[in-house]
Design a protein around this ligand. Structure first.
Ligand SMILES: [Fe+2]
Length: 262
């Protein structure tokens, strides 16, 4: 197995055949996920069964609260599909972290590409919130340590999910939650705030608007970002607590299978 970190350790590529992995490989993969926040594996021939088997190494599988599963046999897999005829933005086209509007958001999300457009790479962009935290001035770190963010499934990004939820939706009612802005993961800190779902700070603080603007701009500075191009049969897993992500606009058909992990 080979681990190739991206620039500034914003994610890493792992070269391995996921169908033949040992316990030792799994240990190293988990360690890498903690360190780099996002991992991708090219050229994987996974069935739905082997995809689920791999996902289960990372924890209990979560049910996505907004969309129905693939089928009765694999309810934990949701299909994220965009057809060339679809109008409007793609699913997830703004920086966010998954399902932060729930009490216990999934730690990890996995995407496995079944079909990708011929032209363009339909990239997913990531922004490292480890780096974003490290780059915060001390005075601001202190300020954020005591503050929670409030989030809603009807937040700014919901426009990108509306069409999909209409087609395959289940839970249409609004989901709300709040979480601390600074999160500790093992021995490191990250900024845990989802601009796509944010509806306000939980405590009364001075100049909220200014602070929000500062935070959102800071979280997605180019120097914290890595853009992942997609090819068919590629798997990516990321830690929602240390990475923001967003879809980028593309033309053509794309089908992704998605699993979230508690
Ligand atoms: Fe997402």
């Amino acid at each position: 197995m080979l681990i190739i970190p991206n620039k500034k350790n914003i994610g890493a590529e792992i070269i391995v055949n996921l169908k033949n992995i040992t316990n030792k490989d799994i240990f190293k993969i988990k360690e890498a996920l903690n360190k780099y926040g996002m991992l991708y594996f090219k050229k994987q021939k996974l069935t739905s069964k082997s995809f689920i088997k791999f996902a289960k190494y990372f924890g209990k599988l979560a049910n996505y609260p907004r969309l129905k599963g693939l089928n009765k046999k694999f309810p934990q897999i949701t299909v994220v599909q965009r057809k060339s005829t679809d109008k409007g933005p793609s699913f997830g086209e703004q920086f966010h972290t998954d399902s932060i509007y729930t009490k216990k958001p999934p730690r990890f999300t996995m995407l496995f590409s079944k079909l990708v457009p011929k032209k363009g790479k339909a990239n997913t962009e990531f922004s490292s919130q480890y780096l974003a935290y490290e780059d915060l001035p001390n005075s601001i770190r202190k300020k954020f340590k005591t503050i929670k963010g409030k989030y809603s499934s009807e937040g700014p990004i919901s426009i990108t999910t509306k069409e999909r939820v209409k087609e395959k939706g289940k839970n249409i009612k609004e989901l709300k939650s709040s979480h601390k802005i600074i999160k500790k993961i093992s021995s490191k800190y990250s900024i845990y705030c989802s601009p796509g779902h944010f509806v306000g700070f939980s405590s009364k603080i001075k100049s909220q608007k200014k602070l929000k603007k500062f935070l959102f701009n800071h979280q997605i500075k180019k120097k914290f970002q890595f853009s992942l191009p997609w090819e068919k049969n590629q798997l990516a897993i990321w830690d929602n607590r240390s990475m923001l992500h967003q879809a980028t606009p593309f033309k053509g058909n794309r089908i992704m299978h998605r699993i979230t992990i508690k």
